[in-house]
Design a protein around this ligand. Structure first.
Ligand code: MIC
Ligand code: SF4
Length: 637
């Protein structure tokens, strides 16, 4: 039987198990990436493992999230990251060099290889034909130490692209359409493999927009073939030697298949507050807009910014709209500066920010009260922008430019029949002067006062007792569990301090209650923990004494993070039992043996429920040890 691309790469990297869907497997990791908001913990954990130099082919540490320096914390963390990278054989991308995923695409991603990154949008590199997976910092630390990455072999969903996009319709509309069809839960346990004649019509940055936002489907990752377009892109980046051709075998099999006719697509938009709440832009035409934000790892490539610059050239943005632009990388920034497009953007009244995540993670540019903010980003969870009652919409750069000019949600086709046509550069500007290579000298690691030691986890007792500290609904994101934003992000290296903000937007009393009660249980609905890879959403609850989370279902990365930090992730055998448990109920769970199903006693109601899990033997051993660090220190992998 022929293999698809996903199976080919997994097979080549397989360390244990077989590539049958659902099998527990482990794979060799070639490359890792971290960013600063997850990186400090990842490197503290790497240090605790005690390996002197990384064992990967390539590891890169980026600074792109925590760049608003309103106190010493972020600057100190940057210094920590630079020195610890240098010491352990890791490349360091300095603040200002760009967003990790954009820079990695330009300078490091390689078709056919595996990448593990401590950021949920690591799948961006699938645009280059890599198996690129987002994970918690501890899993990335283990990969840097040469350990294989453990996961369940995903199913492969073939996305067959037919024809080509019409003018003013772009890659963002493809992924928004897929989100509309599949929803934020639709990709769980799957990899999306793109194929069909439409593939060749998409450039690498366009493919990367699609694989980037595949994260919002809950998918393990997404991937495109490595073809002639990939070759031209790598050549233009001075990396022709990194190219290998990669496609599915002729008779390749897939577990599922969908088809998208690119010609039929029109400009799409995701409404507040979920990326799958998608409709056509036309349907919302005329809605007043107060902010337009262009950038993020989804849409900040040279093509994206040139498209916006061409649309705004010689015009002025609407007087009621604040337009902010963050170029994805120094490469993009410098290229639009050199060719005059930046001057056109400035002249139109756009506010230019540095090359970082910025407003995407609430690092500044919080919109006005009840604002409508149209963003080219990938997530519009409530409150993520920094303004809880803001209405955030997600759309393409073309739609964003149209809204910036008219002050209302506008179909870009209204700007004229001729859409800006941006050619992929034959040669990108290559200057890696902000990438610091590791040192051979003896390096002293700098640790500012914001860096607190890793909290200690404790081995699991035979019985877990405690009350339900919080009951939540469906689709709780890690932004709900452990919010980000300019005020909280600087505390990422300080678990005692950041734990004071757990569930801040859901129930600000949570940390106090958890501490008073000496810990307990959290109850969740379906798709609990969707969104980011931040392990702080497990680490900080663990610090507050949460020992088990019981839900209808979990998102992949958060589930792995809970296990890594010794929190037992359980689901109800009978989903209806979720309705029978209330916040405040006293629960008891015997966990001396973890074989499912387990019996959950509700002492308040005098009832019992069956709960279960999908844990493998390794997961159970990790939980017993109180978390992955303890487990690895016992000498196991
Ligand atoms: C995000 O987009 O939510 C983030 C911020 O990039 C996170 C990582 C983090 O919380 O540090 C992610 O996507 O994993
Ligand atoms: Fe940064 Fe936003 Fe991308 Fe996360 S989604 S890596 S915050 S740009």
């Amino acid at each position: 039987m022929g293999l698809n691309i996903v199976q080919k790469i997994f097979k080549k990297h397989l360390k244990s198990g077989s590539i049958a869907p659902g099998e527990k497997i482990s794979i060799k990791i070639d490359q890792t990436l971290t960013q600063d908001a997850t990186g400090t913990m990842a490197y503290l954990q790497f240090e605790a493992i005690g390996i002197p130099k990384v064992k990967t082919k390539l590891s890169v540490s980026y600074v792109d999230h925590n760049t608003l320096q309103t106190g010493f914390e972020n600057a100190d963390d940057h210094r920590f990251l630079q020195t610890i990278a240098s010491k352990h054989g890791i490349y360091f991308s300095r603040p200002g060099n760009g967003i990790c995923h954009q820079v990695h695409l330009e300078r490091f991603g390689r078709p056919g290889e595996t990448l593990l990154g401590s950021d949920s949008h690591t799948p961006t590199q699938g645009g280059l034909g890599m198996i690129a997976i987002g994970a918690g910092g501890l899993d990335v630390a283990l990969a840097m130490a040469g350990q294989p990455f453990h996961l369940s072999m995903p199913k492969v969903l073939r996305v067959n692209l037919k024809n080509k996009l019409s003018p003013w319709v772009s890659a963002k509309d493809i992924i928004l359409e897929i989100l509309r069809r599949l929803t934020v839960k639709g990709g769980v346990g799957k990899v999306l493999e793109y194929s069909g004649p439409g593939v060749a019509t998409l450039s690498i940055p366009e493919r990367a927009t699609i694989t980037n936002m595949g994260a919002e489907l809950g998918a393990t990752t997404s991937i495109f073939p490595s073809d002639g377009v990939t070759k031209e892109f790598l050549k233009a980046q001075g990396r022709l030697n990194d190219w290998v051709e990669l496609g599915p075998d002729k008779n390749a099999q897939y577990d599922e298949e969908i088809e998208i006719d690119l010609k039929q697509l029109e400009p799409m938009i995701a409404k507040p507050h979920m990326p799958d709440n998608v409709c056509t832009v036309k349907e919302l035409a005329g809605t007043k807009v107060h902010q337009v934000a262009i950038g993020s790892c989804t849409n900040s490539s040279f093509k994206d910014l040139m498209t916006v610059a061409k649309a705004l050239k010689g015009k002025t943005v609407h007087p009621d709209v604040s337009v902010v632009i963050s170029p994805g990388s120094k490469q993009v920034f410098k290229m639009i500066a050199d060719n005059g497009a930046l001057a056109d953007l400035i002249a139109s009244g756009a506010r230019i920010l540095e090359s970082t995540c910025g407003p995407c993670i609430g690092m500044g540019q919080a919109p006005q009260t009840e604002a409508v903010s149209v963003r080219t980003f990938n997530r519009n969870f409530q409150g993520r922008s920094g303004t809880k009652n803001a209405q955030v919409y997600l759309a393409s750069p073309e739609v964003a430019a149209a809204c910036a000019l008219t002050g209302e949600i506008t179909d870009p086709r209204k700007l004229g029949a001729k859409a800006p046509k941006i050619q992929e550069p034959k040669k990108y500007l290559i200057d890696d002067n902000l990438i610091v290579a590791p040192s051979n000298k003896k390096i002293e690691v700098f640790r500012g006062p914001n860096i607190k030691p890793l909290p200690k986890s404790v081995a699991m007792p035979g019985t877990l007792c405690g009350s339900v500290l919080l009951k939540t609904g469906d689709n709780i994101t890690t932004d709900h569990i452990m919010p980000a934003g300019a005020k909280i992000l600087p505390l990422r290296s300080n678990i005692p301090a950041i734990s004071e903000h757990v569930f801040a937007s859901v129930d600000p009393e949570f940390p106090k209650r958890a501490k008073e009660k000496g810990g307990g249980f959290v109850l969740g609905g379906a798709n609990y923990g969707q969104g980011s890879s931040r392990e702080h959403a497990a680490l900080a609850p663990m610090y507050l004494g949460v020992r088990a989370v019981i839900t209808k279902s979990f998102a992949r990365i958060h589930l792995a993070n809970l296990i890594n930090f010794g929190i037992l992730p359980l689901t109800f055998v009978n989903e209806k039992d979720y309705d029978n448990v209330a916040q405040g109920d006293e629960l008891e769970l015997a966990v001396a043996k973890l074989d499912p199903p387990l019996v959950l006693k509700n002492k308040t109601k005098g009832t019992e429920y069956k709960v279960t899990h999908s844990l493998g033997d390794r997961d159970m051993a990790i939980l017993k040890a109180g978390g992955a660090l303890g487990y690895v220190k016992e000498g196991k992998d």
